[in-house]
Design a protein around this ligand. Sequence first.
Ligand SMILES: C[S@@+](CC[C@H](N)C(=O)[O-])C[C@H]1O[C@@H](n2cnc3c(N)ncnc32)[C@H](O)[C@@H]1O
Length: 243
Amino acid sequence: MSAQLVQDFMSSIWRHAQEPPEGSLTHAPNIHRTIAQPDHAEHVRELNGLIEQLDTLPPTQQRLFAAAVDEVQIRSKLWLIDQLSSRHDIGSATLVVLGAWYGILPLLFNWRLAQPPARMVCIDISADACELGRQVIGQLYPNIEYQVADAMDLDYASLARDPSSVLINTICEHLPEADTWWSRVPVGQLAVLQSNNYDRCPDHVNCVKDLDEMKAQIPLSEMLYEGVLRLPIFDRFMLIGYR
Ligand SMILES: C[S@@+](CC[C@H](N)C(=O)[O-])C[C@H]1O[C@@H](n2cnc3c(N)ncnc32)[C@H](O)[C@@H]1O
């Protein structure tokens, strides 16, 4: 599925949740228009699958889910997928996604890649987030699992024993002790890390001002990629490499 279609489709879900009157997503004209374009025919079933699941939710839960698919969230995740998949063969990998929220990143791996990762485990400290993700996305994709856990307490040594594992942490800005967290990850683990400089969110207790500050906090022994995504009101930073 093209990045443009992913972006357009998710934006239409986000807009639908913002603009009353609420109603069925399946029959919302802007969503229907996005899906119904002739060159999207091969993806209709998959896209409809998601909106049918969303239509089973009450409006409050639809709005919660929609917050995870706004333009900035989707651009940041598409960037991660492009950069990781162009440097590492992830078709047979197990991805462990920390702070996965509803599991949008694994969903987009499935949509974007012809050979998506064999197994993707969404870790989140919020049982509600895991439950909603499982209900909407997990039901549709057998390669996406959910586990309620604190990223600070995971058994990273056993994760590292799986040579196919890739550790993804897109919540570095949420971890008050990111350096302590990193010290628990065994040397040699392939990891993808995102942080940002958006310090106006109260949950962002560990923003960094730039890539240098991020690299000092989370040092890698081998860097495969480092970059900045300029977003409308803040910058997102990403490192890919080996601990
Ligand atoms: C707002 S969301 C995601 C923002 C993030 N930049 C992203 O990748 O989309 C942050 C998520 O991280 C989760 N979270 C925060 N601290 C956590 C921790 N210590 N362990 C696991 N999940 C955590 C929250 O429950 C929430 O679902």
